[in-house]
Design a protein around this ligand. Structure first.
Ligand SMILES: Cc1cc2nc3c(=O)[nH]c(=O)nc-3n(C[C@H](O)[C@H](O)[C@H](O)COP(=O)(O)O)c2cc1C
Length: 326
């Protein structure tokens, strides 16, 4: 079951329209919860006392726990909420208060750490904003709740912003957002904003998908070749990949200085910064700020590297031709 938590109040809500496009792309029966019609009430003293007592007795049969049970049993969760006052409308906060029941959506381990009990493996947060969107107090908050407390590992943001700025074509922005919905769990740095398109209409995310089947030990830097494996496919592929992406999008190839004196290359196309090969560093976060520009001439002065770049380019061209012909 897909649970659609609809916190949109306006009749012609753009957030709801965007969310419905998301729902079209998901398989499964949708149960919609219109928060503005549910008459949700913040936890007051009496309700909180009763709830605490029932939880302590392990008695979760009361109707007040129905929302929590529904949330915990959903396979996919879609939340739609417009960007209000740097956050979201109050009924959504009330809803979280109501569903956050220890023993239903979350529990505490022996070491006192929260551990999620929810069935969903994916939560999609959909929002639209009148001006620039800052995810800190809306998507950022929901993502923390979902991943750290509810046990939902994959959390995505689908958004359209700057809709109310004078001179902007809100319909055009919304249409563009609808055409660029990403519901697949990418892990490379900058994937959320990597929606710039090349002359084939492809984004860096599309190229990541194509390169995932192309990167190999053969295209890996020789000094790392022994460590390359399909599960560590981006290892040793950074500079040739970044220069290849520069061929497609322009912009700059920048390099994060590494301890061994080498640079880890990534792309900056205007404000769009992405690193298709960041996964080789696992959880260690690189510092992408203030990185020096990398020169194609310096990198390709090594004949060996230039040949690997040509090989990757040839294979990618074939893959692009195949994709475009489908
Ligand atoms: C009460 C209220 C508060 C808002 N606060 C913000 C805000 O802090 N920042 C912003 O960019 N837009 C803000 N907006 C504009 C909405 O985010 C924007 O119009 C959004 O697209 C509305 O979504 P909807 O069409 O689904 O109702 C606010 C709108 C309302 C009604």
């Amino acid at each position: 079951m897909i649970l659609y938590i609809n916190c949109c109040v306006r009749k012609a809500s753009r957030t709801d329209r965007l969310a419905r496009r998301v729902l079209e792309q998901l398989d499964g029966e949708v149960t919609e919860l219109k928060l503005y019609e549910e008459n949700l009430r913040p936890l007051d003293s009496e309700t909180l006392e009763r709830r605490t007592a029932l939880i302590e007795q392990g008695d979760c049969g009361d109707r007040m726990f129905d929302y929590a049970k529904q949330f915990a049993s959903a396979e996919t969760i879609v939340i739609a909420a417009p960007y209000w006052d740097l956050s979201f409308p109050a009924p959504l906060k009330t809803y979280f208060e109501i569903i956050y029941v220890t023993g239903i959506v979350s529990e505490y381990t022996e070491t006192g750490m929260p551990s999620g009990l929810c069935r969903a493996d994916r939560l999609i947060y959909v929002t639209t904003a009148g001006g620039p969107y800052d995810p800190t107090y809306s998507y950022g908050y929901v993502k923390s709740l979902a991943q750290d407390f509810f046990g939902i590992p994959n959390v995505f943001l689908v958004k359209a912003e700057m809709l109310d700025i004078v001179g902007n074509d809100a319909e055009d922005i919304l249409r563009n957002a609808m055409d660029n919905i990403v519901l697949r769990p990418y892990r490379f740095y900058g994937w959320e904003t990597a929606s710039v398109k090349d002359r084939n209409g492809l984004t860096p995310r599309d190229y990541y998908d194509l390169l995932s089947d192309i990167w190999s030990a053969e295209t890996c830097a020789p000094r790392m070749r022994g460590e390359w494996s399909p599960s560590d496919k981006t290892r040793g592929q950074c500079s040739i990949t970044a220069f290849l992406l520069q061929d497609l999008y322009g912009g700059k190839v920048l390099g994060v200085p590494l301890k061994d004196g080498n640079y880890h290359c990534f792309n900056a196309v205007g404000d769009c910064v992405f690193d298709l090969t960041s996964e080789q560093f696992g959880d260690s976060m690189l510092d992408y700020t203030g990185c020096p520009e990398q020169s194609r001439e310096v990198h390709f002065a090594k004949e060996e590297k230039h040949l690997r770049y040509e090989l990757l380019k040839e294979k990618l061209s074939e893959a692009v031709a195949k994709k475009l012909s489908q």
